[in-house]
Design a protein around this ligand. Sequence first.
Ligand code: CMC
Length: 432
Amino acid sequence: MTEKKFELVDRATGKKSELPVRSGTLGPAVVDISNLYKEHGVFTYDPGFVATASTESKITYIDGDAGILLYRGYPIEQLAEKSTFMEVAYLLLHGELPTRKQLDEFTSNIRYHTMINETLLRFFNGFHHNAHPMAMVSAVVASMSAFYHDTMDIHNPRHREIFAHRIIAKIPTIAAAAHKHSVGQPFVYPRNDLDYCSNMLHMFFAVPCEPYQVDPIAAKALDLLFILHADHEQNASTSTVRLAGSTGANPYAAISAGVSALWGPAHGGANEAVLNMLEQIGTVDNIPKYLAMVKDKSSHFRLMGFGHRVYKNFDPRAKIIREMCHKVLARLGRSDNPLFELALRLEEIALKDEYFISRKLYPNVDFYSGIIYSAIGIPRSMFTVMFAIARTVGWVAHWQEMISDPTMRIGRPRQLYTGPARRDYVDLSKRG
Ligand code: CMC
């Protein structure tokens, strides 16, 4: 789809060349620089990938200036209102909304794979009780590659499909096992008569000594949060999965790399950090003091859950979650949630502040999600694990898209070397 050319002039040599410009369906066009080094002997330099499209993709589109998010073309608002997480998972993986028959088949495939190998369960005993659940989930997901290695041919579409079903089905079981290990309760086996999110709540909160009834409001809220977190194009963790996967590595190992990348507070770890921050701020009266800290760069204090590399407008997911907070807290009888009140005031004050206005910093998906997770009883250290469960679908969709592309190559960025030039080794006895 080459339409325009981008003219490049090397002023030192006077050499001119034309770089192809490629346009997608939506969004800015890209200058194809893949032959730049071959023809001009230079690399491009873009630390943080601010202006670099690392791949072509058909899965998710974001317009950060307009605050638009589309999964396979469908607006996130419509999916949040009308769809379910299982339907969205099918959409992201297959490109189209499923028919009733396709959805039933997909859902029963996922249900079929919910149990994890009993030996895998024993891995948890190797962790201290206060190990962060993201560390346990990342390690146990990586360990799955040991169970499914010889039987996994990444070039076989059927093997790839089984991998997709397995990891999407098993990650809530692994997450729940990590939670049970942290609280010292026995592991609870999955119940395949329950839907995806109800089963997850059951594995988290049921105990053998008394019956447990899943709260449908909690299950619905979780389903909606999972829809909102399911994919977000080439974010840090998805790019990590793609990079690890591009080497031909076992896909469970690639997903584990994604879990690790998600953990950081600049990415998925922000949901946990937001609640810590709100507690630290404490009351509305303290907001000005913390906003002053934000402006003092030496404090290294940031408003967690604010700002985004791509959104320079409201994150559409944050708007949906804020609305959802009102409804969920009211329906759970917790409308007077002081942290939610504080978050609302903090948003209001920050959005009128010149610092945030000039930098186009708005609340992101993580600003309000922790308040809902807390309200449904998920412990704070598990918030990022919740994000990982939902994002597994996106990671798998991107891995599939990459591996099934016949032009795929190993991801291998270059660098601007600024270390010492060539020098000779000095014997130990002769060093100062
Ligand atoms: N609080 C205060 N100042 C901020 C914030 C914030 N949350 N975010 C950005 N800034 C400032 C930053 O200091 C810089 O100011 P200046 O130009 O004076 O140096 C300017 O805004 C641009 O920031 P940046 O760090 O260059 O922007 P980035 O695109 O590299 O970083 C970000 C994006 C999300 C890492 C960053 O906004 C941030 O650290 N936010 C807080 C953590 C967070 O909420 N992360 C979740 C992101 S959404 C979900 C996800 O991806 O998982």
